[in-house]
Design a protein around this ligand. Structure first.
Ligand SMILES: [Zn+2]
Length: 235
């Protein structure tokens, strides 16, 4: 098999492999980015982390990238049309059941998260799964981002990964205050209360080159995280 679970046939799946599962969202990303932006980014990071681990840890066995869990917990974006959220409770259960199923043939699971709103569900799911004895960890896509949502960093990433789906003519600034300052109002009334166009940051000036740099930084940070979590044998 070529490292993509969706294209595998059952006899080609190596028992004992490590599976990376990208977890994203379908939620508004401003007027200029597609709803599946977080899912695209999580999948790209997972693919590159798998490639990097395969290169650096040849003795650690096969790394396989699973199809992306595209729906996530996006309640804070719900007032924008298109946002399709399954909420934290369902996401937590989905992850628990998915990992239990995959663990009947996979040795380890690495959950690659592309959407901050999924964090609570992922930590809770992983806690349950670790208590059951599964080898699993979750990791956030992080590193180099200068703004929070549909701004310079995410737009640069999408210009690098999927430029044909970025509406450059509709790139306008949103709320550029730091996320920490916006959090209380956002918790209370959602993203729209602080950013009517759905953008937290400023996409103007985003470039594919910056997107490539952000992506590499995310991949490097996650490889370190995965190795630190002790999920990949180093000998
Ligand atoms: Zn996003």
């Amino acid at each position: 098999m070529d490292g993509e679970l969706r294209s595998a046939t059952w006899p080609t799946v190596s028992r004992g492999c490590t599976v990376l599962v990208p977890v994203g969202s379908i939620e508004q990303h401003g007027p200029h980015l597609p709803l599946d932006t977080d899912s695209v980014i999580a999948a790209a990071v997972a693919e590159r982390v798998a490639a990097s681990l395969t290169e650096g840890q040849p003795s650690a066995g096969r790394f396989v990238v699973a199809p992306t869990v595209v729906y996530g917990a996006s309640g804070e974006h719900q007032s924008f049309a298109g946002t399709s959220s399954i909420g934290s409770d369902v996401l937590r259960l989905l992850i628990v059941e998915l990992v239990r199923s995959m663990r009947t043939w996979a040795r380890r699971l690495i959950l690659v998260n592309g959407h901050g709103g999924n964090a609570a569900a992922l930590s809770s799911a992983v806690r349950t799964l670790l208590a059951e004895g599964h080898e699993v960890s979750w990791h956030a896509c992080k590193g180099r981002a200068v703004d929070a949502h549909a701004g310079y960093s995410e737009t640069s990433l999408m210009l690098h990964l999927d430029p044909g789906r970025v509406r450059r003519d509709l790139m306008v600034p949103g709320n550029t205050r730091p996320l920490a300052a916006l959090m209380p109002a956002m918790r209370e009334a959602g993203v729209e209360a602080v950013a009517p166009n759905g953008v937290l940051g400023d996409p103007v000036g985003a470039t594919p080159e910056e997107g490539e740099r952000v992506l590499s930084a995310m991949v490097r940070a996650m490889v370190v995280d995965v190795l630190e979590a002790g999920l990949v044998a180093t000998s």
